[in-house]
Write a protein that binds this ligand. Structure first.
Ligand code: NAD
Ligand code: ZN
Length: 381
């Protein structure tokens, strides 16, 4: 089969790979019909996440058709059209029964924090992902759901991560009626977080980025006020001015491991460490929220991001909430909002790229070329 393969930082290729076999009676093999590239994949692509091994296939956002099922699988059959949340999880451990699917204890023996994520390095369990023609789906009775007939493929695809994560980011913000919510990052996660914030009662939503075309999308898609941080000496001061010098009630970090304040494309982990391991957007978030406010961190960080303004957070009495999103937990609410017309998830999809051209897709999405917001990958195209 054809699959995206990681060959080192900034190097991905499409290669011939052996079809994944059923390894356990709980497994299913899914023929991928659509996948997406996520901002999280860029952290791998940039070499920012530990234990990202050459030869791995990325891709934790995918939908497809069940090709084969293991002997104990009961809820799926060959031919079912399925959406698969980005988390790999068992459904029955201490964490899963509490809804913490992204912290499953049974899928990632090496980890103390995160559970399993498809195509997301050996730090997250070493599972190959779905930027591929076929993918092995463990615990097939737990994660995947049959896609309802009324739900279109690209909308289902957005629910596997980006939309579920944006919505979860707003949920963790614990937004009260009338709150001012500031979202750092106008990528797919930030756009969906901004859009979701209104659903939770926000009175004002502000989105910050430095890419004008994405801020335009934040205005039209998420009806947000926008600030281009590159136009201000200090975006934190601007946020203070915008909030009567109180700070925002809730700030959502939808940026994560952006390593380089100059936004050049060739960042290395070593260079980042030399800069002191300071996550720019997260520290801006801590500085922009009011005393007693909440910072919801959806941006993904690896262990090298250590210089967080923890003292400031403590003295401001902040609530910091964060996690990899347990994507499937959000689906029932997302389905309601899609069905009632409030959310049209594939409005943010800008590119549809054949799997064979995925390297160009990574480059474009990483360098933010051609007004790219969300690239979808089409195997077999
Ligand atoms: P993306 O790369 O498309 O978007 C990130 C945006 O942040 C870009 O538009 C970039 O210009 C902007 N940006 C960079 N530095 C900034 C700064 N200092 N202030 C404001 N904006 C800044 O990525 P995405 O797909 O939207 O993902 C966003 C983050 O969410 C990533 O870190 C990703 O790993 C993470 N993520 C987390 C989860 C989760 O479960 N928690 C799930 C999916 C994605
Ligand atoms: Zn993702």
């Amino acid at each position: 089969m054809r699959a995206m393969v990681y060959r080192g930082p900034y190097k991905v290729r499409v290669e011939e790979k052996v079809m994944p076999p059923i390894e356990h009676p709980n497994d299913a093999i899914v023929r991928v019909t659509l996948a997406a590239i996520c901002g999280s994949d860029l952290h791998l692509y940039h070499g920012m996440m530990p234990d990202t091994r050459v030869g791995m296939t990325f891709g934790h956002e995918f939908i497809g058709v069940v090709e084969q099922v293991g002997s104990s699988v009961q809820n799926l059959k060959v031919g079912d059209r399925v959406m698969v949340p980005f988390n790999v999880y068992c459904g029955s451990c201490y964490f899963c029964v509490r809804g913490l699917y992204s912290n499953c204890h049974n899928v990632n023996p090496n980890a103390t924090a995160v559970g399993g994520i498809y195509g997301y390095s050996h730090t997250c369990g070493g599972y190959d992902g779905g930027q591929s023609e076929y993918v092995r789906v463990p615990f097939a009775d737990v994660g995947p759901s049959i896609i309802p007939d009324w739900l279109e493929d690209e909308d289902a695809l957005m629910c596997t991560d980006a939309l579920a994560t944006g919505y979860f980011g707003a949920q963790l913000g614990d937004i009260s009626e009338g709150d001012t919510v500031v979202v750092f990052g106008a990528g797919p996660v930030g756009l969906f977080a901004a859009k979701s914030s209104w659903l939770m009662g926000a009175g004002r939503v502000i989105v910050i980025d430095h890419l004008e075309y994405r801020l335009e999308k934040a205005r039209t898609f998420a009806h947000a006020e926008t600030y281009n941080f590159a136009e201000y000496d200090d975006i934190v001061v601007e946020m203070k001015k915008a909030t009567d010098y109180l700070g925002a009630d809730v700030v959502i970090d939808a940026v994560g491991a952006e390593a380089d304040g100059n936004f050049t494309q060739h960042v290395t982990a070593a260079k980042f460490k030399l800069q002191g391991g300071s996550p720019i957007a997260l520290n801006w978030a801590i500085d922009s929220v009011r005393k007693g406010g909440t910072v919801s961190v959806m941006g993904a960080y690896g262990p090298m991001f250590s210089a967080v303004k923890f003292g400031d957070a403590m003295n401001k009495g902040l609530t910091l909430r964060m996690n990899q999103a347990p994507a499937k937990r959000q689906w029932p609410r997302l389905f309601e909002h899609i069905q009632n017309g409030y959310l049209k998830p594939n409005d943010i999809v800008t590119h549809r790229i054949p799997l064979e051209h995925i390297a160009e897709g990574y480059h474009m999405f990483s360098a933010k070329l051609d007004d790219c917001i969300k690239p979808v990958i089409v195997p077999g195209a």
